[in-house]
Design a protein around this ligand. Structure first.
Ligand code: PLP
Length: 388
């Protein structure tokens, strides 16, 4: 088949299934309101949970560091790209997570690929929650280990699968907060299952850091778990911390092993030093300003109370990710388009990002929102008939 024919066929199939994806061009910075095609929209689709992406101190740190260090790092970490700001951020992240070391990666996707494929190979087994983020699933596939998927947030299912695998290393991998459902993994129970079967536990807390637990320490801090239970902890910097990048936190030897063997760490350019400096500033704000978490929790509670009154089909999530499952992809697109007409940016999430028949609006909240934004969204949801 000619490439042109193949592409035309594949794209047409996606259009027909209502799964065609399009980007929109934003004409404003990330924030509680954004401009798209000249229109101001209230934004309920971002991951800037604490409202730090545009914070003056974070922007100033970024600008100062760009002046001092330039726009790019110039090389991979193991060549000449590892600069003082990267190192200082790693130390700050180690301190934040209460672990001996942290290692900076350029993205969360790359951190996940790097960790799993550095630790596992043929003959090993990786166990993944069915609703894990795509980067974790891809990491499992890339590692060449056997991939076993257990029922979502079901430690008993995990336990029996662990019991059924005899040889090789066993790694259990889970989102801390599930990115499309907003629920928190049953970490203590997963850790107990791992302990029973000598498996290693890895948590990707992309959506928990900054948001959950005292000081924004994440879902492990909220559950009172440490390095003994969860030796491998991944976090991202592009969500609550408002910048870009990711990290892995763990023991001295874990980090040294990743420096040797994580290919997505070794074979890529270090992120710009200015991003690291901006992140140090936002990390300090995230730790210090408890009011951001309190405000966020109050906004989420207000939304849930209002949505329950309207009879909207809420999920069990208590986090800033509040999905409204609508079923078919076309329906989710329709409601999202109505909301846009009413002045709200709320993305529809469709398969394969979520299972078939569970297309949804992924509504997210930020400390940058106000109560009036939540009330306006509820009124718009009522008008668009999202409950029907
Ligand atoms: C759970 C989870 N892990 C990893 C990532 C990837 O992080 P990054 O955007 O830094 O690549 C995301 C989302 O982007 C995520 O939701």
């Amino acid at each position: 088949m000619r490439l042109d024919d193949f592409l035309a066929r594949e794209l047409a199939a996606r259009r027909e299934a209502g799964l065609y994806r399009r980007r929109q061009v934003l004409e404003s910075p990330a924030g509680a309101t954004v401009t798209v095609a000249g229109r101001r929209l209230r934004n309920f689709s971002g991951n800037d949970y604490l409202g730090l992406a545009g914070h003056p101190e974070v922007r100033a740190a970024f600008a100062r560091a760009a002046e001092r260090w330039g726009a790019g790092s110039g090389a991979a970490h193991l060549v000449t790209g590892h600069q003082r700001p990267h190192h200082a951020l790693e130390e700050a992240l180690a301190d934040f997570t209460g672990r001996p070391r942290a290692l900076l990666f350029s993205t969360g996707y790359m951190a996940n690929l790097g960790v799993v494929s550095a630790l596992l190979g043929r003959g090993d087994t990786v166990f993944e929650d069915r609703l894990n983020h795509a980067s974790l699933i891809d990491a499992g596939i890339l590692s060449r280990a056997r991939l076993r998927r257990y029922a979502h947030a079901e430690p008993t299912d995990l336990d029996s699968r662990l019991a059924g695998e005899g040889h090789g290393a066993k790694l259990v991998v889970t989102d801390g907060v599930f990115s499309m459902d907003g629920d928190v993994a049953p970490l203590s129970e997963l850790a107990s299952a791992c302990a029973r079967h000598a498996a290693w536990l890895m948590v990707d807390d992309a959506h928990g850091f900054g948001v959950l637990g005292p000081g924004g320490g994440g879902s492990l801090a909220a559950a009172g778990l440490g390095m003994d239970e969860v030796p491998i902890l991944v976090g991202t910097l592009g969500k609550a911390f408002g910048t870009f990048g990711a990290f892995v936190a763990g023991s001295e030897d874990l980090i040294e092993m990743l420096i040797q063997a994580a290919r997505s760490y070794v074979y890529t350019t270090a992120l710009p030093a200015a991003v690291a400096e901006a992140t140090r500033a936002s990390l300090a704000l995230a730790r210090r300003e408890e009011w951001r978490r309190e405000k966020l929790a109050a906004l989420v509670a207000r939304f849930r109370a209002g949505a329950a009154e309207l009879g909207l089909p809420l999920m069990a999530s208590q986090t800033p990710i509040q999905p409204l499952v609508l079923g078919e992809a076309g329906r989710a697109m329709e409601v999202s388009a109505h909301l846009r007409d009413a002045g709200f940016l709320v993305s529809a999430i469709r398969p394969p990002t979520v299972p078939r028949g569970t297309a949804r609006l992924r509504i997210t909240f930020s400390a940058a929102h106000e109560e009036a934004d939540v009330d306006a969204l509820l009124a718009a949801l009522e008008e668009t008939g999202a409950a029907a």
